[in-house]
Design a protein around this ligand. Structure first.
Ligand SMILES: Nc1ncnc2c1ncn2[C@@H]1O[C@H](COP(=O)(O)OP(=O)(O)OP(=O)(O)O)[C@@H](O)[C@H]1O
Ligand code: SF4
Ligand SMILES: [Mg+2]
Length: 363
């Protein structure tokens, strides 16, 4: 799945009215922000070693109206999870099990054909990782916008264009010029912002942003993050933001899910997770961030490397090779997520019955 293919979709059932409030508040037909419940989601990729799991039974509840961040090292499964929310995992990948219930849509994994195409854009707005490379090189941005509107049955295309211009202008761009441009006439950062505009312009209630600010300089990144927050609030969205940058997550998100080896290992309110991380992996991630104040040498990189599909343990805890709290049980039994108040953690050492005596802690 990539953006040009999304933009070239044929016209599905259902009609979206044009934008009533440019670049800001929801249209009159907008519903409340949806909640999302991912249950036991398993996604496998075909490799020379056979089908291997990139997501190993992920469960995650995203509360309506929140901005949830997904963080974790490269290869932890963040993009695979984000794509699964759109039912857009492509071969050699395959969703092997589980469900993704979105309020107002039902189980997205059961949607097919026009129903699924209609849901993308209209209910589920998506900014792809490397969105700056995903525009159609042969058409102007404006033409792609009109294609998008027509394919989703938008009846007032003039209003859609006004809305798109307003969104682009809020992101510091000359809206009219950008709509008249082909992708090669735009910088990487400008294309990234076009991707964000295309994800939001149909007034999707669930916005999924995969590394939306990676190609941007610090100032533009700060502007985009402010706009994401503003638009999220004004339109009453539920937003999922994938980022490898904990600073970005800290600035923008209400809740944070930490992924490792295709699992969500910790999830809770962002400030709690960052202020008092519970899972040994989250603790290591935070220790590895160099501080602006204090001694930069205090930042300690996590020892070892994250697993690949081929090196992911098939039993026990996926983090055990790098874990300072590793115990005997971690070799054979995968820890289940345990929720205590607002925080969910998957770690044997954090289970209520775990005792220091049973830990056999490593250095
Ligand atoms: N098309 C593919 N074929 C085979 N393996 C894949 C494919 N796409 C992803 N994977 C594997 O699935 C795992 C999860 O990948 P994913 O892209 O979801 O990670 P990520 O957390 O988004 O990483 P990054 O931070 O680098 O974007 C990785 O081990 C990756 O190598
Ligand atoms: S203590 Fe065990 S279960 Fe917890 S993160 Fe370490 S290896 Fe995994
Ligand atoms: Mg990714």
């Amino acid at each position: 799945m990539n953006a040009p293919r999304l933009l070239r979709r044929s016209r599905p059932a259902g009609t979206v009215s044009g934008g009533a409030v440019p670049g800001g508040a929801p249209r009159p037909d907008a519903g409340p922000p949806p909640g999302v419940r991912v249950r036991d989601l398993t996604v496998v990729y075909k490799t020379p070693l056979g089908e291997l799991p990139a997501l190993g039974g992920v469960s995650l509840t995203i509360d309506p109206g929140t901005i949830t961040g997904i963080v974790g090292e490269s290869g932890s499964g963040k993009s695979t999870l984000a794509l699964s929310l759109l039912n857009a995992v492509q071969p050699p990948g395959r969703i092997a099990g589980g469900s993704v219930e979105v309020d107002g849509l039902g189980d997205v994994l059961k949607l097919k054909g026009d129903e699924l195409r209609g849901a993308r854009g209209r209910h589920l707005g998506y900014v792809f990782q490397a969105a700056q490379n995903s525009l159609n090189p042969l058409k102007t941005v404006g033409k792609q916008l009109l294609d998008l509107g027509r394919s989703h049955g938008v009846d007032d295309l003039a209003a859609l264009v006004r809305d798109a211009r307003a969104l682009l202008e809020r992101m510091g761009l000359d809206g009219a010029r950008v709509l008249d441009s082909h992708q090669h006439e735009l910088s990487g950062g400008m294309r990234q912002r076009v991707g964000i505009m295309l994800a939001l312009v149909l007034n999707a209630r669930l916005a999924i942003l995969d590394e939306p600010t990676t190609a941007l300089d610090m100032i533009t990144q700060a502007t985009i993050l402010r706009i994401v927050r503003e638009v999220h609030k004004e339109r009453g969205l539920t937003t999922l933001m994938v980022t490898h940058d904990i600073g970005v997550a800290a600035e923008v998100t209400d809740r944070l899910a930490v992924m490792y080896g295709g699992r969500v290992v910790e999830h809770g309110p962002t400030m709690d997770v960052l202020g008092a991380p519970s899972h040994p992996y989250t603790q290591g991630l935070i220790r590895a961030i160099p501080r602006l104040s204090g001694d930069p040498a205090e930042a300690r990189a996590l020892p070892g490397r994250p697993p690949t599909l081929g090196t992911l343990p098939t039993q026990g805890c996926v983090f055990r090779e790098r874990c300072p709290l590793r115990m005997e049980v971690c070799e054979t039994s995968a820890p289940l997520p345990v929720r205590r108040e607002e925080r969910t953690v998957a770690c044997h050492a954090r289970e209520p019955y775990a005792s220091a005596a049973g830990r056999g802690e490593h250095a």
